[in-house]
Design a protein around this ligand. Structure first.
Ligand code: MSP
Length: 479
């Protein structure tokens, strides 16, 4: 039986278009999913939408659409962005899906209840709809939530609580022992410090009359399951947990890729729920930073929001994948501006990879026979350098991509220094050997490109198989 690999993105709120940050998470998940497929593993890649929230109710109202119509439209937009970005997901889970998602959530709730970890008590607090959370007096500026510029509501109600505090020690142990690995180390330390202070029990439901959407609490229809008790379960409900599906047995536990803002939910609440339910914890959490633009958080008011669709339309999806995979660190905040994007595109795709491919294939077309089929097969089978996968296994995606571009610059250097196009004219065999060696190296580059730039990888291999230069540059220069 081949090894399995399960990877998930967070489920995205469908209250607005997806931005560069969302594209980033999804692209790095895709790179990892493809790399594991390349290693011959059986991969399951999940993404989806977090629909049962008041944010969405408000956004639908603002758009003048009913919820279902609104959600269907926005989910279509998400899927169309993902398809342009060549995201090879296996399933798109929607939490409004009562057939596929709800049974898992209900099942988890019952397991928590059975462990004696659900209790009903009165709760009063300031609730910010934007945050979908209670916030404290000290978070307010002039009586308003500064982030959402609105007054929180004072809510008092009976809620069900989850006794998360009970699991503080166990969660800490699982993280310290590496049973649930948190990458990078700095995020692991951050969560350990939080655990050191102790976790509080958390409110896990809302009165049904305040939540127009959501999953009813089993045996108490006056309450609905609150955000995290619902959303986090997507990672296993999608695999058929609570519906008797085999996928769960096959793929759980897996790894989650998340942004730094939702670390606490994934590294404290989610493992607490799983421990209470007696289920295995995720193996790994990869926690990335935020994408900024010009050093600042992208925001509408600063006018520095970059729409991934705009970049795709201008430069192509592969260029976007390239930038995100190489020029953003998976562990820290990374910056993207229209200038930095254009510079990286021209230097490394138009001049770098694109130009090199044209030069090598022109020399090959003019001077050598096409590679025999057996040779191509042999090259396909040849192992990709271990170093490449080593970086990917450490989630140093940018360094794995650097390795490809290092080889690209080495090949450029070789051509410059040895001028095989001249040598072939005077010493035919020697020149031909140089050219066919370059073609083989280019084939290996195409293989490593597969998880990063899947379309370009195929294009380059095709050119090599047909022994011809591209009709037009792979990446046209942009002014
Ligand atoms: N719905 C929740 C997640 C529930 S998972 C069980 C949510 N959704 S979100 O749409 O607001 O954000 C999804 C992901 O995008 C999060 O991982 C978040 O960190 C990431 N990003 C949001 N803005 C970002 C940047 N500017 N840069 C990088 N990632 C960012 O949270």
């Amino acid at each position: 039986m081949s090894k399995t690999f399960y990877i998930t993105t967070p489920i995205y709120y469908p209250n607005a278009k997806l931005h560069m940050g969302h594209a980033y998470t999804t692209v790095i998940c895709d790179v990892l999913a493809r790399a594991h497929r390349l290693k011959g593993e059986e991969v399951y890649f999940l993404t989806g939408a977090d629909e049962n929230t008041e944010k969405v109710v408000r956004a639908a109202k603002e758009a003048g659409q009913n919820m279902e119509e609104y959600l269907n439209n926005i989910v279509e937009n998400f899927k169309s962005l993902f398809s342009k970005l060549e995201i090879s997901y296996d399933q798109f889970i929607r939490t409004s899906d009562s057939k596929n998602h709800w049974p898992g959530v209900t099942e988890i709730w019952k397991l928590l209840e059975k462990s004696g970890d659900i209790e009903k008590r009165s709760y009063e607090g300031l609730y910010c709809v934007g945050h979908e959370a209670f916030i404290t007096e000290k978070d307010l500026v002039l009586g308003k939530c500064p982030e959402h510029d609105e007054k929180p509501q004072l809510l008092k109600e009976e809620n069900y609580f989850f006794k998360l505090s009970k699991y503080t020690k166990q969660i800490k142990e699982k993280i310290e022992s590496g049973e649930m690995e948190i990458i990078p180390e700095s995020r692991k330390n951050e969560i350990l410090a939080l655990l050191e202070r102790g976790l509080e029990n958390i409110s896990f439901s809302r009165s049904a009359d305040k939540m127009s959407v959501g999953i009813p609490v089993p045996n108490d229809s006056s309450q609905k399951i609150y955000v995290w008790g619902d959303a986090l379960v997507n990672y296993i409900s999608a695999l058929g947990f609570g519906r008797g599906d085999e996928l769960y047995k096959k793929f759980w536990p897996g790894m989650h890729v998340i942004g730094k803002d939702i670390l606490r939910f994934h590294a404290a609440i989610w493992p607490g729920m799983l421990l209470s339910a007696g289920l295995p914890l995720p193996k790994k959490l990869l926690v990335h930073g935020f994408i900024t633009s010009g050093g600042k958080k992208m925001s509408k008011s600063l006018g520095n929001v970059i729409d991934p669709m705009f970049l795709i339309d201008t430069y192509g999806a592969e260029a976007v994948r390239y930038y995100l995979a190489r020029h953003i660190s998976p562990f820290e905040d990374g910056d993207l501006t229209l200038e930095s994007f254009k510079d990286a595109y021209n230097a490394n795709l138009a001049n770098g990879l694109g130009n090199l491919t044209s030069r090598i294939m022109k020399m090959a077309q003019d001077n050598i026979e096409k590679l025999k089929e057996e040779k191509i097969e042999e090259l396909e089978k040849k192992e990709i350098p271990k170093e490449f996968f080593d970086y990917l296994d450490k989630f140093e995606i940018n360094k794995a991509v650097d390795l490809i571009w290092f080889e690209i610059s080495e090949m450029d250097k070789f051509i410059q220094e040895n001028q095989p196009f001249k040598v072939v004219k005077t010493e035919k065999e020697k020149g031909q050997k140089m050219i066919s060696d370059l073609v083989i190296r280019l084939f290996n580059v195409a293989k490593m490109l597969e998880p990063i730039l899947p379309e370009t990888s195929v294009k380059i291999k095709e050119l090599i198989k047909q022994n011809r230069t591209p009709d037009k540059p792979l990446f046209a220069r942009k002014d």
